[in-house]
Design a binder for this molecule. Sequence first.
Ligand SMILES: CCCCCCCCCC/C=C\CCCC(=O)SCCNC(=O)CCNC(=O)[C@H](O)C(C)(C)COP(=O)(O)OP(=O)(O)OC[C@H]1O[C@@H](n2cnc3c(N)ncnc32)[C@H](O)[C@@H]1OP(=O)(O)O
Ligand SMILES: Cc1cc2nc3c(=O)[nH]c(=O)nc-3n(C[C@H](O)[C@H](O)[C@H](O)COP(=O)(O)OP(=O)(O)OC[C@H]3O[C@@H](n4cnc5c(N)ncnc54)[C@H](O)[C@@H]3O)c2cc1C
Length: 639
Amino acid sequence: MEGGDHLAHERKKAQFDVEAMKIVWAGSRHAFEVSDRISKLVASDPAFRKDNRPMLSRKELFKNTLRKAAYAWKRIIELRLSEEEASKLRFYVDEPAFTDLHWGMFLPAIKGQGTEEQQQKWLPLAYKMQIIGCYAQTELGHGSNSSKWWPGGLGKISTHAVVYARLITDGQDHGVHGFIVQLRSLDDHSPLPGITVGDIGMKFGNGAYNTMDNGVLRFDHVRIPRDQMLMKVSQVSREGKYSQSNVPRQLVYGTMVFVRQTIVADASCALSRAVCIATRYSAVRRQFGSQNGGPETQVIDYKTQQSRLFPLLASAYAFRFVGEWLKWLYTDVTQRLQANDFSTLPEAHACTAGLKSLTTAATADGIEECRKLCGGHGYLCSSGLPELFAVYVPACTYEGDNTVLLLQVARFLVKTLSQLGSGKQPVGTTAYMGQVEHLMQCHCNVQKAEDWLKPAVILEAFEARSARMSVACAKNLSKFTNPEEGFAELSGDLVEAAIAHCQLIIVSKFIEKLQQDIPGKGVKQQLGVLCNIYALFLLHKHQGDFLSTGCITPKQAYLANEQLRALYSQARPNAIALVDAFNYTDHYLGSILGCYDGNVYPKLYEAAWKDPLNDSVVPDGYREYIWPMLKQQLRTARL
Ligand SMILES: CCCCCCCCCC/C=C\CCCC(=O)SCCNC(=O)CCNC(=O)[C@H](O)C(C)(C)COP(=O)(O)OP(=O)(O)OC[C@H]1O[C@@H](n2cnc3c(N)ncnc32)[C@H](O)[C@@H]1OP(=O)(O)O
Ligand SMILES: Cc1cc2nc3c(=O)[nH]c(=O)nc-3n(C[C@H](O)[C@H](O)[C@H](O)COP(=O)(O)OP(=O)(O)OC[C@H]3O[C@@H](n4cnc5c(N)ncnc54)[C@H](O)[C@@H]3O)c2cc1C
């Protein structure tokens, strides 16, 4: 079958209003319209072509990224795009670049930690791209006195950086503070005196994150003007006197709370993209196994394929909704901070750190699973999956290694439990800890598989598991005379308790989403199916936790799995429509396997001939290396 929509029969099976689901996915009609318009603008402009990336050398690749970034900026100005539209445009250009750090970290750091005066001086320059900034925190080795190493945009492009360094006045160390530092001349881009700066070298994967100039930076007697220390949290007077505003020191790390929140939202984009590719291809790909001489089985009909694919589809939606909620939490904490209410900062830190860790780990693993779900073709660059994985996987490390972040969550949980004794009622995402006595002894009330569809039953099981794991850690910690020693010794268990808590947050936010008014025929029902798949998949995967803490019985674990299988059957006819609801253009997907019309095989065949290796029938190197070898064999054979 040539041309046409090869997935039309799948689209007809949908039991819900796909257009309405697109709006739910986007977050609002307005967000949908902006996203739809800008993604099509990017897709239709040949200047944003990206299929040749894996073939380019690092230098060609990097120059191409600079060209695209400059062209994107030109279009943003010409079209007078709003900040929201401009940020969507950069998103759909889909190429990591120095601009990510400029807009995503440099500007937010100045906004969050600079005084009014500092903001007035630096923000207009940065907004007009008259200076380009990066965020320089990480060091080559341990400590804050070796060389900066890793900051994106630093290597070759940034003119300025927010540099994190220790502040020492009168021989007294005041800890890490942020400073705006000019790195390069605004005339000829050469490094300023005393500054050594460059790129740190090739990274994982061809193309992929090599469009970014992650850099190294050293200072030798560089003087930073006093008024370039970011002084919202603490100040140094003209006379060299150090003082602190009446705000928590942790605000110095506020940019990380912001970025981690955006990383959670981004996880749903990366995972949904991989899932869209794998779902469409699984419906196109047929294998043996039909009965009565009918068409061969679509691989999406294999239960094994469904049990690997549908939990990822459900996770993409779950991460979308928890990302939406996290954005709300971040906005809320920001407003409170402005009113000098710092009470929710520890929770915002724990939620952003924990959810960043959980969603990036699941997304990186999920992209790799999607590659395998596409069989051999998933390994081709034209599937889009190898590059997506290579670009995405460092999210498990940057903005805080995932294990380190889970340990931060664990500290928060242990602290929350320890405060129960003093009568402090936990609120927000730890409110359930207030019923710890009930959760320690409650029994799951599931007798038949369908009982697992009740939100209250799911919630209680997840709350009980999380509370019991945290309490077990707290009890074990209390056996140590030195708490830090205890924390280090039990860190493995603490990480697992943190994971249980974060999974509870994701499940509960999905359930809360379903309590909202969601318009559109069948939309809420489909989201209900996905929510149950997400929760029961986690329960099945971590049944060891649920069983060992006595939250459920082996029979109930068996029933959960039975229900999960039934849910996969319900999701099956809607699978293609559920990925169509992401509204991704073929340009953004960048995948032959995931193309909208499902016309995969002719496109794969055609793409193969475009590979530079097929430019000539006889390859370069044949005469030099292969021909003499063949001749040699010929002579040996004759002897
Ligand atoms: C608008 C468009 C959006 C575009 C989005 C852009 C996205 C761009 C993506 C680009 C891609 C990559 C960018 C990557 C950038 C980076 O990686 S920057 C470097 C980030 N580095 C880290 O994350 C290091 C991880 N380590 C930590 O976070 C440590 O906690 C930290 C180094 C900050 C401090 O360590 P310590 O000094 O050892 O202190 P701790 O014991 O950890 O903490 C002390 C107390 O402070 C609390 N805390 C820690 N962090 C925060 C925080 N961020 N906010 C609030 N509070 C925090 C912690 O809980 C402790 O509290 P307690 O004393 O227990 O009450
Ligand atoms: C692509 C990319 C882009 C980046 N961009 C930037 C940027 O723009 N700006 C910037 O400042 N930085 C940037 N970084 C650096 C990044 O933030 C750090 O790599 C990250 O915070 C992890 O720190 P590390 O590399 O020192 O890892 P390490 O801390 O050395 O981790 C190594 C191992 O030790 C373990 N470990 C470390 N500490 C503990 C502990 N306390 N307890 C238990 N286990 C522990 C970790 O789990 C990990 O397994 C980037 C990194 C990457 C990969």
